[in-house]
Design a protein around this ligand. Sequence first.
Ligand code: NCW
Length: 476
Amino acid sequence: MSATTTTKLPKDFIWGFATASFQIEGATDVDGRGKSIWDDFSKIPGKTLDGRDGDVATDSYNRWREDLDLLTQYGVKSYRFSLSWSRIIPLGGRNDPVNEAGIKFYSDLIDALLERGITPFVTLYHWDLPQALHDRYLGWLNKEEIVQDYVRYARVCFERFGDRVKHWLTMNEPWCISILGYGRGVFAPGRSSDRLRSTEGDSSREPWIAGHSVILAHAYAAKAYREEFKEKQGGQIGITLNGDWAMPYDDSPANIEAAQHALDVAIGWFADPIYLGSYPAFMKQMLGDRLPEFTPEELAVVKGSSEFYGMNTYTTNLCKAGGDDEFQGHVEYTFTRPDGTQLGEQAHCAWLQDYAPGFRDLLNYLYKRYRKPIYVTENGFAVKDENTMPLEQALKDDARVHYYAGVTDALLNAVNEDGVDVRAYFGWSLLDNFEWADGYVTRFGVTYVDYDTQKRYPKDSGKFLSKWFKEHIPES
Ligand code: NCW
């Protein structure tokens, strides 16, 4: 850890924690909420690791004041959370009624945050599509319908919350929406041509169609915001993409190229059209006519549609050319270096190891390529076996503290030494919560949740981040 304590972040640097509606709220059938695609999907045997669903989650629909107490206790400046589309428009569509109880829930939450001096960062879509839209026209697979329905939903949110919300994120992690939901079939709606996962879908085409719709829905919602709300409300709008750093396995030209291909599919698929105006050449070459095309009018709306770069990142993958996995750009990922050593500490989930230098490299890559201010909207670690350890041990989450110590140091260096314009950092997550296909087995929280009692217990990592940001953001 090389940073000295005199090195600081800018005084208006924003930090906080992030959550998502379906992962924390529970209360899936109260106050007029419609079903989301995760409601039933999480109940299908085999879809979650522990066979548990999201009906209760961390019960934050009822306990949100307690969650805000935690935020205050950690001293955050901001809280990133998502709105449940099906609480706001239970049937989802552009002609369907708005549910005032859903509006009131989020309105009260926003007011309470502001009263505490905490700035809301609001994600409009974090994977919980209204079930009715899937039933009507297959959701993200139907570009014409979904774009109009999403834009209407976004407009309702701008109208009802935009007087108080100044930071909007249209979508969370389009790669996950498209690939995990319509390619691998491991996330709702579970479409994949792989018969082991689902008997529906065409994974050679559907993920790319879904991704295309997500980009357009984002872009047209951002257009509506800019044309109808921005001037009066004075906020910002952008998108959040997932993407881990890709490092060549060794210095062979094939593996150096493979690392770029991995970035092209994981990040460039969305970031290139949005910030640069076209899909990556490699994706066009890999997919041919299976990659949808934008019309010139659409492209004019897509290009420049995000005012900042929302970055969710967790790890670094060593990349080797080869394999037939298009979802990773025909690249094989490993954490084992050529000399047999591991890149870093293994997390509970297979896809994550602790490797902080990659965080700094990724910030530099994104800033150089896309030239936008960066908001780190998610970053975090799931400690191995935390779900089965005694509470006292789980609260001393040294591996997560190590992870956060590494990335905060990398953040400081990226800002101060490399000149990357990073403006915000959100740890994932405020609480342990419903970790999608992992059920409640994988815990990402800086706060432990005892799912029998719903009691919350701050972990050492939460205290670490709280102290670190206090020390590194000058008081204004
Ligand atoms: S699952 C996932 N996550 C976690 C989730 O809790 C959150 O809602 C998401 O925004 C933590 O952050 C995101 N990301 C999926 C990464 C999947 C990587 C799969 C790679 C397979 C090779």
